[in-house]
Design a protein around this ligand. Structure first.
Ligand code: F0G
Length: 460
């Protein structure tokens, strides 16, 4: 029996949860077109839709909010944040943005040139990153190691870039057509899996040998560092801040959704070393987000972020956080429920292809499973499968399905207790017992980009 870690904090303020009945949830699902993004949060019992912006801020962060300097230009809060960014990441050129995808928009608007058939490789792009590259006419390319596509396979660094494939890709496409290269730590799209320091170094090396600037998508930089400390030889005795500094040291810049490891409800960062790029970024930021010393955030948000960047690296917190995720993953495995192995940093991912082998990918097995978890117990999760990633090839029109169909149980930071997570495990177990009766879904309406947020479905 896996053990639950001791929480290194206590609860000072609470938020009530409204319990719903199955009958109510049936009606709610119908009204929402079987899309859980369209369900009101009040109608959710345990919300595992995302770990993004859903964390509980600490008393220190709430206190920092009061120190927010709301001046338009040169606010004290900006310099507070600058000190934290420099200390944690080593970068001095950076801008705040309102969240991660805003940083993506600003960066790719500058570096990806429409009509030039450019590609942007990564281990695996997140959906908004993919969409922001596509929106500029670029092609996002995923080159994660083969192991990432096998949910049952245990690998300590399943988020790693396939370096040989990257090398071959650059040689085939030509470096002139690759304006920038990325690496996502941890790899959200395939299970919240970490990337080893050795792989970060090798990825940087490969890009740099070809003169390609290397940016980290560093939303979960601290969880990645904790895995490096636990799993990579030579890092066991290194502190988390040291490991984090080393992660960033290999990059020419980074994008960060601060809503994850920096434990704020809103915020993002875009940083770089190149002074010319920094000038272009500031101009674009003024057009899209705001003046460079606030970038679409309030002064108080900048203060909370400065505190959160450091708090997210606390070793006792990270040990608890990763053990909590592992507890959920290991309990589900014990019950014979197929998950992505090993459990990731911020989430446990159910493997819908093995959970519901009778539902073909064209009928969205992961979406069907996600809907079933809500119906059974009001647990809200998110599909990371064909609704999110299947798309027709622009040249042939043939539908490309992703290699995995996953349901993500994302765990908000410092929010849920063991009893609440035990309830989630029980709901998964009940759905697993009825799995043969579940049916697939078909899309009745969807936009072209980022369709998972708004698509509506019917039961097949
Ligand atoms: N990159 C990664 C790896 C992400 O996981 C996310 C967001 C983003 C970029 C975009 O950041 O939401 O602040 O605009 N992931 C959230 C999630 C939405 O649920 O995993 P954002």
């Amino acid at each position: 029996m896996p053990t639950y870690p001791l929480e290194p904090f206590r609860i000072k303020s609470i938020e009530s949860i409204r319990l719903t009945t199955r009958l109510e949830r049936e009606r709610i699902l119908q009204a929402a077109g079987y899309n859980l993004f369209k369900v009101r949060a009040e109608d959710v019992v345990i919300d595992l839709l995302t770990d993004s912006g859903t964390g509980a801020m600490s008393d220190t962060q709430w206190a920092a909010l009061m120190r927010g300097d709301e001046s338009y230009a040169g606010a004290r809060s900006f310099y507070q944040l600058q000190r934290a960014v420099e200390e944690v990441t080593g970068f001095s050129y950076f801008v705040p943005t309102h969240q991660g995808r805003a940083a993506e928009n600003v960066l790719f608007s500058i570096v990806v040139k429409p009509g030039m058939a450019q590609s942007v490789p990564s281990n695996q792009h997140f959906d908004t990153t993919q969409a922001n590259i596509r929106a500029r006419g670029g092609k996002p390319i995923d080159l994660v190691i083969e192991a990432a596509h096998d949910p049952a396979l245990v690998h300590p660094f399943k988020g790693n870039m396939d370096i040989e494939q990257l090398e071959r890709f650059i040689e085939t496409v030509g470096e002139a057509r690759i304006p920038i290269g990325l690496l996502t730590i941890t790899n959200n799209s395939a299970g919240g899996q970490p990337v080893s320091m050795e792989n970060i170094r090798a990825t940087a090396d490969t890009y740099h040998r070809h003169g390609i600037p290397f940016f980290l998508d560093a939303a979960r930089f601290a969880e990645n560092a904790y895995f490096i400390q636990q799993r990579e030889a030579d890092y066991a005795l290194r502190s988390i801040p040291e490991i984090v500094r080393e992660e960033f040291s290999y990059a020419d810049g980074f994008l960060m959704s601060a809503k994850k490891d920096a434990i704020v409800n809103i915020g993002g960062l875009l940083a770089m070393r190149n002074a010319d790029l920094f000038e272009l970024v500031k101009n674009e930021l003024i057009l899209r987000e705001g003046f460079p010393t606030y970038g679409g955030l309030a002064g108080r948000d900048l203060e909370a972020l400065a505190v959160g960047l450091r708090e997210g690296m606390d070793e006792a917190y990270l040990a608890y956080r990763i053990a909590q995720t592992k507890y959920v993953g290991d309990r589900l495995s014990e019950l014979g429920i197929p998950i992505v192995q090993p459990p990731g940093g911020h989430a446990v991912y159910l493997d819908a292809l093995r959970f519901l082998p009778h539902i073909p990918q064209s009928e969205f097995p992961a979406q069907a499973l996600s809907v079933a978890l809500y119906l059974e117990g009001g647990v809200r999760t998110v599909e990371i499968g064909s609704v999110m990633f299947a798309c027709p090839d622009p040249d042939t029109g043939i539908m490309h399905y992703p290699k995995t169909e996953l349901v993500r149980l994302a765990i908000p930071r410092r929010v849920y207790t063991q009893t609440q997570l035990d309830y989630v495990i029980e709901v998964c177990q009940r759905v697993h017992e009825q799995r043969d009766t579940l049916r697939g879904l078909k899309i009745v309406h969807a936009p072209e980009l980022l369709r998972h947020f708004v698509a509506e479905f019917e039961v097949v």
